[in-house]
Design a protein around this ligand. Sequence first.
Ligand SMILES: [Fe+2]
Ligand SMILES: [Fe+2]
Length: 374
Amino acid sequence: MSSPKVTNPELADHSRKILVAVVDAHQGHRQQVVSALMSFYQVAAFDSFDHAMEKLAKTPPCVVLLDEQVLPRMGGDPIGITRKLLKGVPIIRTLARPISQLGSAAYDTDACLEKPYRRSTLIKTISGLVNKTVEAEWENLAPQYKESLRRTVDSFNNISDLIDKGQPLVYTEITEACGPLVDAVSNHDFKVILNGVKGHDNYSYVHSLRVATLLSLFGHTIGLKGEDLNLLATGGLLHDIGKMGIPHEVLNKPGRLDDVELQVMRSHVPRSVDYLKLCEHLPKGVLTIAAQHHEKLDGTGYPAGLQGSQLNELARMASIVDIFGALTDRRVYKEPMSPEDALTMMVERMGNEIDTSLLALFRAMLLDAATPTA
Ligand SMILES: [Fe+2]
Ligand SMILES: [Fe+2]
């Protein structure tokens, strides 16, 4: 008999591939932009305004980069036409002269980049606009979903600012921000939340939100309540917080990490722990989730190589959710694995590394969530 399938679309395809359009008549610039973006985004490049509009009206991108030299010179309102044809897609104007020369026209587009600009500035600008669009869509959701997403992303961004300033986070603020998420999950209302981060371009936030949601759902399924569920949601949101200090090139490297990069990547665990220790009144469980979520029962995990009973129950749960989350996440270098394939792989290949009884409960929980209700 074949095993039941976990074909929940909310769990499977949580992130569409982000399409960025580049419209620039200069072949050299166009190619530079394409090669700067291609490992992060799907890129469509055009050398003429008319050709671009004809194609993009049929397949709208998430963001369009419009070089001013490609804009039709004679009359009309090319930015207005672009807005109308692409129905609100954010426009970045690129120009080979000082932005100050644009005068009030600088406000016609969502952003302006003066050539030459840095690759990191380009990526940050695109990312910010993509996220603004995704987050604006949350306004149309029912309050419990809107609050779950809005408050967690605000907290996440706030923590990033605090880390930059070397200041500790305030635990009560984070746990309160996770309140709507815990309430929604306790009512089994989590699919809209996972759907809400489709297309969001802050991978660390998307992964942490997914772990927070599935970890608190896991806790709810095994009968935990109140403070314990809050702790799981908060622990999920904070478990990889040390990744905020890892360079973008390592964090989003499209290829395999070399030994040095792997060490840098793995340092996110002690970084998380060191940062969380600055925080007053942090429950020990949150620290344990951050410290132990990459440990494995057979001792092959990191950073401490803990074994068997040395692994806390919370960390065992977090490890299962984190592995499932990573396998089913879309990354710049891989398509998401289906929930079914991820669970099969975990059952078949990770029996020595993860707690198999908890994995069976987690799998049953996802099967239950995937079963359509009448
Ligand atoms: Fe991690
Ligand atoms: Fe993680």
